[in-house]
Ligand binder design. Structure first.
Ligand SMILES: [Mg+2]
Length: 331
């Protein structure tokens, strides 16, 4: 594999993990409270003191967003192909043994007894019961790796993204979000240079999923991230919509369009507060694909507690893409 592509693939995984780990420091804060907590800005894991370090979390640890992405990655590496039930089993095991940071949709769907045998039906039923209203960011936060896997085959990639999304999230806005991020990562791996053109072409590919897609993509052209109101619900008098999938999608494409570096994009997103770990995980995966692993500030890499685990997986992923093997026989 071309060394530049390999660097971008490492960038996807580390970009996601770093955005997640750093964004955790401003999660659930309003923009105004972010400025109060971090008057000089949040730039390092060590500054995150909102939570006491515990067995479940220490500065430099990522959260549910990256843990669930790793459920997908580990399954791909084990099975050699997308295996929905294998991912479901890994997600349920993670939820029962860790589950740190998980959202309401994931908590409800993954704990359902039928999740291990028919997760798509469980997720569909949850969505129907919400009045087809629930469209949270809990799927798009984990599917970045599917923009790497099968990146030479867009039809399979789209199929994989939809299958992995519908494990927990049936709403077309969620599916469109996952597909847009995966297709964008593919284009970035292949060397896309014009971010406005890339963003516009992604809209063309996913706008049929929901009328609101066009609105959120249009906002990426605005000069400020404030148009996404990422901390909506963290200020009095507004409904809580911080976890809406199109907010996460929109702000990530905004970061891609407006940032001259990985660092600049991550910092812009996390200082908006709201669901900052998820927003920055998604933005980080795309920024990492664009600017590459080698562009990531070294202190953000060395501060990641589980850096070694991510490194070994990244190398196994790159090797697997170089030498695709048949799926496990299952013994
Ligand atoms: Mg999280």
């Amino acid at each position: 594999m071309d060394s530049i592509v390999a660097d971008r693939i490492r960038g996807v995984l580390f970009g996601q993990a770093i955005g997640d780990a750093l964004g955790f420091g401003t999660e659930f804060l309003s923009r105004a409270d972010v400025a109060k907590h971090y008057p000089l800005g949040l730039r390092s894991y060590a500054q995150i003191t909102r939570f006491k370090p515990s067995e479940q979390w220490r500065p430099g640890d990522w959260t549910d967003d990256t843990d669930q992405m790793l459920c997908i990655l580990d399954s791909l590496l084990s099975r050699g192909t997308l295996d929905v039930l294998d991912i479901a089993a890994r997600m349920q095991y993670w939820l029962l043994t860790d589950g740190f940071g998980m959202g309401r949709t994931v908590y409800t769907v993954v704990r359902d007894p039928r999740f291990l045998t028919d997760p798509h039906a469980v997720a569909q039923a949850y969505w129907e019961a919400s009045g087809q209203f629930a469209a949270a960011n809990g799927a798009v936060m984990r599917t970045s790796v599917l923009g790497v896997w099968d990146y030479q085959n867009t039809d399979r990639m789209k199929h994989n993204a939809e299958q992995a999304c519908r494990l927990t999230h049936a709403d077309p806005r969620c599916i469109g979000s996952c597909i847009a991020v995966c297709l964008a990562i593919r284009e970035l791996l292949l060397g896309a240079k014009d971010m406005a053109a890339l963003t516009n072409s992604m809209l063309e590919k996913v706008k049929h999923y929901h009328p609101e897609m066009s609105d959120y993509f249009a906002r990426t052209a605005e000069p400020s991230l404030e148009v996404f109101d990422l901390d909506e619900g963290m200020n009095s008098g507004k409904g809580n919509r911080i976890g809406y999938t199109l907010k996460a999608l929109g702000c990530s494409f905004w970061a891609l369009r407006h940032s001259a570096s990985f660092e600049e994009g991550i910092l812009a997103v996390i200082h908006e507060g709201g669901d900052a770990d998820t927003n920055a995980a998604i933005a980080g995966s795309m920024l990492g694909a664009r600017f590459g692993f080698s562009s990531i500030p070294s202190e953000w890499l060395t501060g990641l507690i589980y850096r070694g685990e991510l490194e070994s997986r990244a190398e196994r992923l790159i090797a697997a893409l170089d030498n695709p093997s048949p799926p496990d026989s299952g013994g």
